[in-house]
Design a binder for this molecule. Structure first.
Ligand code: SF4
Length: 250
């Protein structure tokens, strides 16, 4: 099993990242030659992440686009959750097989549901109770962070179940929305604090196999579109008809 962090820059013959006197891409191809499978640790290895953000001058390239003759298991996140990383390796060693993967190459056991599906603030989302500013009464009460840009409805990861630091907490529990760091191309999908809208293609029971690709494409479009329609629309403490419809779609 070859576990890879980061991604190789291909521009200038790989000269933007040299390890032990040789380009990363050369080391990667050499190390992958005889492995059974590759694990791409983190969003950089899985998708390209910040290094591959536009205009990507170094041509940073995710592992699966360089190693094409081996199975590549993506374990995205910036960073990925330690327990998830450990569990993927443990599963492979214990059962002597690869874990079931979704359509994007992520282990279903950890990336099969959205943050939103298991978020402890979800009852507030369903009740239309939202934080409107970072220091309002709703924030103190722990209401839903959707209007503050939370990307939990479009992010597949185990943060809301496994959590972080031995299960102590995760971003939403600390009061900040999910930024969607484990999704493909999240750096190019718009500001962290613009909310996701118009995703009516799937519901709570959907999984990444059926909707992940649709959601990934829709988020950027939806965020840009929403910026135009959301200005000056909200009265503090009162949910508008538009908000209600939008929430029901998510
Ligand atoms: S929008 Fe974010 S804070 Fe609200 S329920 Fe979904 S994941 Fe939790």
């Amino acid at each position: 099993i070859l576990a890879v962090e980061g991604n190789p820059p291909l521009n200038e013959d790989g000269m933007f990242c040299i390890i032990g006197g040789k380009p990363f891409v050369e080391q990667l191809r050499y190390a992958a030659k005889d492995c059974l499978a590759v694990i791409a640790w983190g969003s950089c290895a899985s998708w390209g992440c910040v290094q591959a953000a536009k205009p990507n001058p170094t041509q940073a390239t995710p592992v699966h686009k360089v190693i094409t003759d081996k199975p590549v298991i993506k374990v995205p996140g910036c960073p990925p959750i330690a327990e998830v990383m450990t569990a993927v390796v443990t599963y492979m060693l214990t059962f002597d097989k690869l874990p079931d993967l979704d359509a994007q190459g992520r282990p279903k056991m950890f990336y099969g549901q959205r943050i939103h599906d298991k978020c402890y603030r979800r009852p507030h989302f369903d009740a239309g109770q939202f934080v409107e500013t970072w220091d309002d009464e709703a924030a103190r009460k722990g209401y839903c962070l959707y209007k503050m840009g939370c990307k939990g409805p479009t992010t597949y990861n185990a943060c809301s179940t496994v959590r972080w630091n031995g299960g102590v907490s995760f971003p939403i529990q600390s009061g900040h929305g999910c930024i969607g760091c484990s999704e493909d191309g999240f750096w190019d999908k718009g500001p962290f604090y613009h909310r996701v809208t118009g995703l009516n293609a799937f519901g709570i029971e959907s999984n990444a196999d059926t909707v992940g690709l649709i959601a990934a494409g829709a988020v950027g479009t939806a965020i840009a579109g929403h910026a135009a329609v959301s200005v000056g629309k909200h009265v503090k403490g009162k949910e508008s008809e538009n908000d209600k419809n939008e929430r029901e779609h998510v």
